[in-house]
Design a protein around this ligand. Structure first.
Ligand SMILES: Cc1cc2nc3c(=O)[nH]c(=O)nc-3n(C[C@H](O)[C@H](O)[C@H](O)COP(=O)(O)OP(=O)(O)OC[C@H]3O[C@@H](n4cnc5c(N)ncnc54)[C@H](O)[C@@H]3O)c2cc1C
Length: 470
């Protein structure tokens, strides 16, 4: 049995990593494999490829390997709102740095010609509480963040005096219905895009009537956030990556040991261990693995600091909703064409089945926040597992991975001969001579992968620079 220390709980910044070994500059293109096709992997790959500028002495080639892409990832189902959320013990200063960098990037994108293609837009948010709170530690990042106007609290608690409603002018006497016609409203409805499904009120079995009881809201803060349309952004990012020269390859989680040194989980010698079958074609000139497998680290590295945080949401059609509202655990987040209603945050639950009781709780809670949602049309249910971790792991592991080869190294195998899979990233190769490659781990982004990905990717690049790889 191989023994090894447990995965490092520390979250290091690039400046705090141990000092790099000096090395002579190389002009051979650097080859980086990014493992993971969610927002964290794609942002890492993109920022690495952006190093290929005319002044850069060393070209960088990137291969992205992933078991799942696009709609199959957790990223694809996310509500897409910038906002640090469910990050456990990740230090505030790192959250601020990573999320601040991402906010700046998205803000620029929102105000560029690429905004529609990238699926980004500004969104104001009302975060409500039952009592006053300190403003969040990241409160300096959004362009606006202030204690909410009391009238907003009065509005959501239905204590704001309603203006008198002016009665409409009397309708002209009804004439005969035109042949084949059903009236203007129905004609307009027929022209609207076909919407299937029940309204929220129908789903709840609630008839028209008084507004539901308001939530116990007494205070809040209002801030400017940014929505990242994940389904639009993910394929867009893949296209950008391919345009920048990245190779995108499928990999199958297979049985072949662990990525990284023992600190990334020890596999027993001679047992079929876990890992990633990267295919037999991996370039053995590989210099660096960037590990962005999200919750996959539980399996790949046997990292017991990782855990799922189950999130169930619903998407409804409610085009009148233009602001986001939060009152934990409920939230309403408008996307470009749908509105996300949430949610749950069940720590440790890995069930991907939508639960009827969660659905009911979400609909009831969101209607208590915004009663007009009773008229919203239900479009879909979704459950995703947020990649929770005691702390987000972003650090360089040296020696990290070892190219399939000597049995002496303590790293994962990259390439042919890794474990039983005919090739792979992960494991401890016991065959012929090999070469050590470093691994940058970048996973455990909890409920904030879209919020942090760009900033974290910047640190991946800084770690590469610190290692003398660039
Ligand atoms: C309901 C819900 C709402 C959310 N809303 C928001 C939000 O509004 N804002 C926000 O910032 N965040 C939100 N999140 C969180 C966000 O979705 C995650 O933090 C983010 O998707 C994590 O990205 P990732 O790239 O690390 O992981 P993933 O998207 O899960 O991608 C992991 C990738 O690694 C690959 N992989 C894993 N294991 C292996 C392996 N062994 N071999 C090969 N490939 C492997 C997978 O196939 C996949 O391609 C939400 C999450 C949920 C569940």
């Amino acid at each position: 049995m191989l023994t090894a220390p447990p995965p490092s709980p520390s979250t290091s910044s690039p400046t705090s990593s141990s000092s790099p070994a000096p090395r002579a500059p190389s002009t051979r293109p650097l080859h980086v494999v990014v493992l993971g096709g969610g927002v964290v992997g794609l942002a890492s790959a993109l920022r690495i490829l952006q190093l290929n500028t005319p002044g850069q002495p060393r070209a960088v080639n990137v291969t992205v390997l992933a078991a799942e892409w696009g709609a199959a990832t957790t990223t694809a189902g996310a509500a897409g709102l910038w906002g640090p959320y469910k990050l456990s013990e990740t230090p505030d200063e790192l959250v601020s740095r990573w999320s601040g960098d991402t906010y700046g990037h998205l803000l620029g994108l929102c105000h560029s010609g690429a905004a529609v293609a990238a699926g980004v837009q500004m969104c104001s948010v009302n975060s409500f509480y039952s009592e006053p709170q300190p403003l969040p530690s990241w409160g300096h990042i959004p362009t606006t963040m202030h204690v909410i106007d009391p009238r907003m609290v009065q509005a959501v608690t239905r204590t704001l005096e309603q203006p008198p409603i002016t009665p409409p002018p009397p309708a002209p006497p009804a004439g005969p219905m035109p042949p084949g016609g059903t009236g203007g409203a129905a004609a307009a409805a027929a022209a609207a895009p076909l919407a299937t499904g029940l309204t929220v009120a129908e789903a709840l079995g609630a008839g028209p009537g008084a507004d539901p009881e308001p939530l116990p809201i007494a205070w809040g803060y209002h801030w400017n956030s940014i929505i990242c349309g994940r389904l639009r952004a993910l394929p867009g990012r893949l296209t950008s990556l391919e345009q920048l020269g990245a190779a995108l390859e499928d990999s199958t989680p297979a049985g072949a040991a662990a990525l990284g040194s023992g600190s990334a989980g020890a596999a027993e010698e001679g047992t079929p261990a876990r890992g990633v079958d990267a295919g037999a074609d991996l370039d053995l000139d590989l210099d660096l693995v960037v590990n962005c497998v999200g919750l996959g680290a539980r399996e790949l590295l046997r990292d017991e600091d990782c855990y799922p945080i189950r999130g169930q949401i619903m998407r409804v059609r409610a085009p009148w909703v233009t602001q986001a509202c939060f009152f934990d655990p409920f939230y309403i987040i408008p996307n470009r064409h749908t509105v996300v209603l949430g949610g749950t945050g069940q720590v440790g639950s890995a069930s991907l089945e939508p639960s009827p009781s969660d659905r009911r709780a979400i609909l009831e809670g969101c209607c208590r926040l915004l009663p007009s949602l009773r008229d919203a049309q239900i479009l879909s249910d979704w459950v995703g597992l947020r990649p929770g971790r005691t702390r987000l792991r972003l650090e360089l592991e040296r020696p990290g991975a070892r190219l399939a080869g000597t049995g002496a190294g303590t790293g994962a195998v990259v390439g042919r001969g890794a474990g039983g899979g005919g090739g792979g990233v992960g494991g401890r190769g016991e065959a012929g001579p090999g070469r050590v490659v470093r691994v940058v781990h970048n996973y455990g982004h909890g409920g904030a992968g879209l919020t942090l990905a760009w900033g974290c990717a910047g640190d991946v690049v800084e770690l590469m620079r610190g290692e003398g790889l660039l």
